[in-house]
Design a protein around this ligand. Structure first.
Ligand code: F6R
Length: 247
């Protein structure tokens, strides 16, 4: 399928972060009560740093903004230093004026995963839907924790992590040993993500080049979950030269 995905190719990974932060800052300037989807992982860290800088130097206010995060490890509570709640608090939320009660990260220690996921979807609907969702991509093409095989209409749910993902997340950046990586996560579904009005996916480095080529130029197929963004009306990939090198 020749998709609609727009490509913005930057010289460096630093430039990817600056460009991504600009897109989010512009949305927040034009919609002060924007509803924003966020991602964790290494790729968006510098984008969050840039947004915190813009908040500090230009007074960009997040006080009306509501956020929803893509995913959370199942079994970790928000105080765990590898939880995505902890990541978001330390990388972004604690550095800006967002109201903590407007930040939605799935609770990995909820007593019922299905009720937790249902409540997350209900809160997205009640907030009027997501204006823009920031995404990363796994080396196997996953988005959020939607691993290969995830259906296009999947919703927020408890999922198993693939061996590739467990490996990728235990390379010392996050966990130091694969045995420490939780085997399951709560993840927004592909259907949930596709309903956002705008999508921005970031990828940097050669490790992402095959996944980017499959997402942009490969078939529209659950075999590469990110290819299921090809028919989204407003989806941009911001890439560095390395991530774009197989296009
Ligand atoms: C994280 C997420 C994942 C990551 C992906 C890439 O919230 O949804 O899909 O975006 O695993 O991770 P990094 O950026 O660490 O390469």
């Amino acid at each position: 399928m020749a998709g609609n995905i727009k490509l913005q190719i930057c010289e460096t990974a630093d430039e990817v972060s600056v460009e991504a932060a600009k897109v989010f800052a512009d949305i927040i300037r034009s919609i002060p009560d924007a509803v924003i989807g966020l991602a964790t992982g290494s790729t968006p860290e510098q984008t969050y740093e840039e947004l915190a800088k813009i908040h500090k130097s230009e007074g960009l206010s997040f006080s009306g903004v509501t956020t929803f995060n893509l995913d959370e490890y199942w079994g970790l509570n928000g105080d765990h230093d590898q939880s995505y709640r902890h990541f978001m608090n330390t990388q972004l939320f604690d550095k800006i004026d967002i109201r903590p009660w407007n930040t939605n990260v799935l609770n990995g220690a909820a007593s019922s995963p299905s009720l937790e996921c249902e409540a997350f979807e209900t809160r997205i609907l009640a907030s009027g839907g997501i204006d823009i969702w920031l995404l990363g991509i796994g080396g196997n093409g996953h988005i959020a924790f939607n691993e290969p095989g995830s259906p296009v209409d999947s919703r927020t749910r408890l999922v198993s992590l693939s061996e590739d993902t467990i490996e990728a997340n235990s390379d010392g950046r996050f966990f130091s040993d694969p045995a420490e990586v939780p085997r399951c996560a709560l993840s927004a579904g592909i259907g949930t993500i596709r309903e956002a009005r705008k999508l921005v996916l970031l990828a940097t480095g050669l490790k992402k080049a095959d996944a980017i080529a499959a997402a942009v130029e490969g078939p529209f197929s659950p075999d590469c979950p990110s290819s299921l963004l090809q028919d989204h009306p407003d989806c941009t990939f911001i890439l560095d030269q390395d991530a774009a090198s197989k296009l």
